[in-house]
Design a protein around this ligand. Structure first.
Ligand code: SF4
Length: 235
């Protein structure tokens, strides 16, 4: 497994933990609002072998509370389960960031307990994934991943980056109904600095004001009590 980048320290990527974030290159979606376009396109700004990452982590394991594996889409990497197990072997819990399109990989990771926290994106309501982002078959896989996570013992959050036309109040309520009773739902503010497809947004800023983000949050609280607004993130 080769990583494409490393953020040595983060206070925001693994809730409640000081973490190191390792980035996997390549993605099976092409969200126009993606803020990691190089990774989404499968480029390698850096090349860090799995062994080199473990060597880096070993002397620092007492300074860190956990490791985040992000992307791109990490579940596309065949060495992911072994890498997660090796990180856990250092005594560090693993958080996985995923778009939920590979439920078979997720099922394997959950069954073998090699991830400790899963953050799964729900990009829009399930009946709008196609044609906005992908196919109906992939949308069904996203639905399966939601069920797998909610039925597992793993700690988790679902998260949605809030921008039009992927999100409005009606859509966010549809998403929340579909994850009713979930442990945590995070509404992420859209940030427009780096985008995979800037032309998609040529009509203007599709994001929501801070006030509107709070309104979105209020509209989903009846379905997911622990709903949070997070500023400017995105996987
Ligand atoms: S936002 Fe995530 S799922 Fe979408 S293209 Fe970027 S890395 Fe892939």
């Amino acid at each position: 497994m080769i990583f494409a980048g490393l953020q040595k320290t983060s206070l925001i990527d693994y809730p409640g933990k000081v973490s190191c974030v390792a980035f996997v290159s390549g993605c099976n979606l092409a969200c126009p609002f993606c803020h990691n376009p190089e990774l989404a396109r499968g480029l390698y700004p850096e090349r860090i072998a799995a062994d080199a990452l473990l060597e880096y982590l070993t002397p620092r394991k007492r300074l860190l509370d956990g490791v985040v594996i992000s992307g791109g889409e990490p579940t596309l990497a065949s060495g992911l389960p072994d890498m997660c197990r090796a990180i856990q072997g250092l005594g560090l819990p693993v958080k996985l960031d995923t778009n939920g399109t590979r439920p078979e990989v997720l099922q394997h990771l959950l069954a073998h307990q090699v991830v400790d926290y899963v953050a799964m994106d729900i990009k829009t309501s399930l009946n709008q994934y196609a044609p906005l982002l992908t196919t109906e078959a992939t949308a069904r896989k996203v639905a399966r991943s939601i069920r797998l996570i909610m039925e597992s013992d793993v700690d988790y959050e679902f998260r949605t980056t809030c921008l039009r036309p992927f999100v409005d109040e009606k859509i966010v309520v549809e998403i929340a109904r579909g994850i009713q009773g979930a442990r945590r739902y995070v509404l992420q503010a859209f940030r427009s600095s780096v985008l995979l497809d800037p032309k998609f947004f040529s009509a203007g800023d599709p994001g929501f004001s801070a006030t509107s983000m709070q309104r979105l949050r209020q509209s989903v609280v009846p379905w997911v009590a622990d709903t949070q607004v997070r500023g400017g993130a995105g996987d």
